[in-house]
Design a protein around this ligand. Structure first.
Ligand SMILES: NC(=O)c1ccc[n+]([C@@H]2O[C@H](COP(=O)([O-])OP(=O)(O)OC[C@H]3O[C@@H](n4cnc5c(N)ncnc54)[C@H](O)[C@@H]3O)[C@@H](O)[C@H]2O)c1
Length: 245
């Protein structure tokens, strides 16, 4: 159980982030819900409070150092030091190669790769002080298996996997673990906004169906738990068999 622990979940106004925030709270954690969409973050925090845990919403960009510093300060003041960080916020637009510009590439890399780096920089001091920490990054089966019209996205998520492994080695022995969860197709607003039919794409995967946000949240909850204290640098694929390694 996660009682007495404080978790930060980025991009938790909806989709996987919201499901992860709710699951960590149901397992006992107090949760700081971060998102650009403050209204959605407030809704997530309100659901958690109604279920009896402490939760706050922090609006802002999880790739902007000033916004992160503000969110960390608010989290410390209202909930306390953080020992669980879930880097979930990301951009995932499908873009044809011919339309993929340097600006689109840079914008996505800022959120998907620099964001987790900056959030780790801001929160690892809490974990060091506590002598324990759980960093859980959300990567993607698109990095493992490839994904058309997603060169920038697949590259960023491959970077997240490498980043996670490097952190795992660097912090091994400090009580801080770093792992990533690689979802396959999961039915969220983000995926439904993509120019593809979610059920049709999912139907060619071995399980022939899309996953549920709760499937990803359960994997994150395991990696956040004491049971996972000897698991680090791992990529936990939750993908219905889309990619097997
Ligand atoms: N849904 C899937 O099938 C799937 C598959 C593989 C990986 N993933 C990954 O899972 C995570 C969540 O996916 P989702 O489908 O729930 O996405 P989503 O688009 O539905 O939600 C993303 C959330 O992140 C927030 N966000 C975006 N940029 C932000 C920023 N700079 N700062 C703060 N918040 C920001 C958005 O406002 C939104 O609330 C992402 O990392 C995504 O790449 C999803």
């Amino acid at each position: 159980m996660l009682n007495g622990k404080v978790a930060v979940v980025t991009g938790a106004a909806r989709g996987l982030g919201r499901a992860i925030a709710l699951r960590l709270a149901r397992d006992g954690a107090d949760v700081s819900v971060w998102d650009l969409n403050l209204e959605g973050a407030q809704e997530t925090a309100e659901i958690i409070r109604q279920e009896g845990r402490r939760a706050i919403a922090c609006g802002g960009d999880s790739a902007n150092p000033a916004d992160i510093a503000h969110a960390v300060e608010q989290t410390h003041r209202e909930l306390g030091p953080v020992t669980i960080l879930v880097n979930n916020a990301a951009l995932s637009p499908f873009v044809f190669w011919d339309d993929l510009t340097e600006a689109i590439w840079d914008d996505l890399m800022a959120v998907n790769m620099k964001g987790p780096f900056l959030c780790c920089k801001a929160i690892i001091p809490d974990m060091r002080e506590a002598g324990t920490g759980r960093i859980i990054n959300i990567s993607s089966s698109s990095a493992q298996a490839g994904s058309g019209f997603h060169a920038h996205y697949a590259a960023s998520k491959g970077g997240v996997i490498g980043f996670t492994k490097a952190l795992a080695i660097e912090f091994a022995g400090t009580g801080i673990t770093a792992n990533n969860v690689a979802p396959g197709f999961v039915n969220t607003e983000g995926l439904r906004a993509a120019p593809l039919e979610v059920d049709k794409v999912a139907s060619v995967s071995p399980m022939k169906r899309a996953g549920r946000p709760e499937n990803i949240a359960a994997a994150v909850a395991f990696l956040a738990s004491d049971d996972a204290d000897y698991v680090t640098g791992h990529t936990l694929s939750v993908n219905g068999g889309r990619y097997l390694n």
